[in-house]
Design a protein around this ligand. Structure first.
Ligand code: ADP
Ligand code: MG
Length: 384
């Protein structure tokens, strides 16, 4: 690799002779007659080495050396000194000149100084290459690790889902068998049992497909300027009668005058639906004589001008161990009926919005899930 060199000397004679020798040695040579000009050339061509006279009118060689080293500590500078300038020569070494040569300049002394500079430059290049390679290597390895982890996660998810689907199929099979018996024997008890089994398992399929939808959704979100009340209203309309059927009072409270915000409306819809479904499940599992069965979905402005959704229930709450594991994949306390992916996915969707989701819960009383979406969320109006 050809190295370039900048020669700085106020004497035209010296510039001429040295330029010829340096070009002979294979360098690309630029020259300047003073320090100011030198700094301009450096800015433009960034030579590998600067060879400068120490004594020059105006800014001298030491000043130039200091200026170069502040801008670019990696540039090698060789000083040219007169016979009596030993003190200056030594001072220049203090300021990181790589070497100095004395006038009149001998070819040998110049070659030695230049070789030192070139060696240093090449060592630095090798080191840079090595570090860069190392960075690439680390990047590549991390990428593979993440990929492997992702595949493992998909594998685990599929395994978990197959298990759930197998259970549902088993439940349906059982239900159909019992229904068949009921029809055959014209037995109302069998009919009722079979019917219940079929209905429960169809419910489980619904939950599962909802969670799966969420799963697919979390990967592809489409951010649109949305009225924050909209997803909450939809979920409320969807679940109102189901809640009512079970004697649960589902209410909606939307703060008026909320300004539209960028979000994926169907993603947020899925999150809220999951929170309300969970709250209904909690109500069904709790004792209505102990706690009132009420679920409130609310939408309002958050402290920092964002949006806060809350789903609050009065249905039993949860204990500390449940609260800790809530968002983990496949964590469910609903046995065969749960998939344990709803909250994990809701959280993924909320995080994609640069938002947060958290839970407050009092055992024996109830739980309150809140989703906070920042207004300045850094999202753009597009698919990501
Ligand atoms: P799943 O509903 O399939 O169990 P989720 O991820 O949606 O999975 O919820 C995980 C667990 O969190 C539930 O099994 C339940 O134990 C707990 N949970 C979630 N919401 C509530 C709530 N409102 N009240 C009590 N427990 C809850
Ligand atoms: Mg759920």
């Amino acid at each position: 690799m050809t190295n370039s060199i900048l020669l700085v000397d106020d004497e035209p004679g010296i510039r001429k002779v040295l330029s010829i020798s340096l070009a002979d040695l294979g360098y690309t040579v630029h020259s300047a007659e003073n320090a100011t000009q030198a700094l301009e050339i450096i800015k433009e061509v960034r030579p590998d080495i600067t060879l400068t006279d120490i004594k020059m009118p105006g800014m001298d060689g030491i000043e130039l050396l200091k200026a170069i080293k502040t801008q670019d500590p990696d540039m090698e500078v060789i000083m040219i000194t007169g016979h009596g300038d030993m003190d200056l020569a030594i001072e220049s070494l203090k300021y990181q000149a790589i070497d100095f040569i004395t006038k009149p300049i001998s070819d040998v002394a110049m070659t030695v100084a230049l070789n030192r500079a070139v060696e240093r430059i090449e060592m630095r290049r090798r080191l840079n290459n090595y570090t860069e390679n190392l960075e690439h290597l680390v990047e590549e390895k991390s990428r593979r690790l993440i990929e492997a982890e992702r595949l493992a996660a998909v594998g685990e998810t599929v395994a978990g889902l197959s298990h759930t689907i197998k259970n549902i199929a088993g439940g349906l099979d059982g239900g159909i068998f019992v229904l068949g018996k009921g029809i055959e024997m014209e037995d109302a008890t069998f009919l009722k049992q079979g019917w219940d089994l079929v209905r429960d398992n169809v419910d489980r399929i619904k939950t599962l497909s909802l969670d799966l939808l969420n799963f697919a959704k979390s990967d592809r979100l489409e951010y649109l300027l949305t009225d924050p009340g909209e997803p909450a209203k939809e979920v409320f309309d969807l679940m109102k009668s189901k809640a009512g059927d079970h004697g649960i009072d589902l209410v909606l409270d939307v703060e008026p005058g909320l300004v539209p915000v960028l979000m994926d409306p169907s993603g947020i819809h899925q999150c809220l639906l999951n929170l309300v479904t969970n709250a209904i499940d909690a109500c069904l599992a709790s004792d209505p004589t102990v706690s009132a069965q009420k679920i409130e979905v609310s939408v309002g402005a958050s402290q920092d001008d964002g949006i806060v959704y809350r789903v609050t229930d009065t249905c039993g709450g949860m204990d500390e161990p449940t609260k800790e594991r809530l968002f983990q994949r496949f964590f469910t306390t609903k046995g065969e009926k749960g998939t344990g992916i709803g909250l994990m996915l809701s959280r993924t969707i909320v995080h994609r919005h640069n938002g947060t989701i958290h839970v407050d819960s009092q055992p024996g009383k109830g739980s309150c899930f809140s989703i906070i979406l920042p207004r300045k969320n850094g999202l753009t109006n597009q698919m990501v």
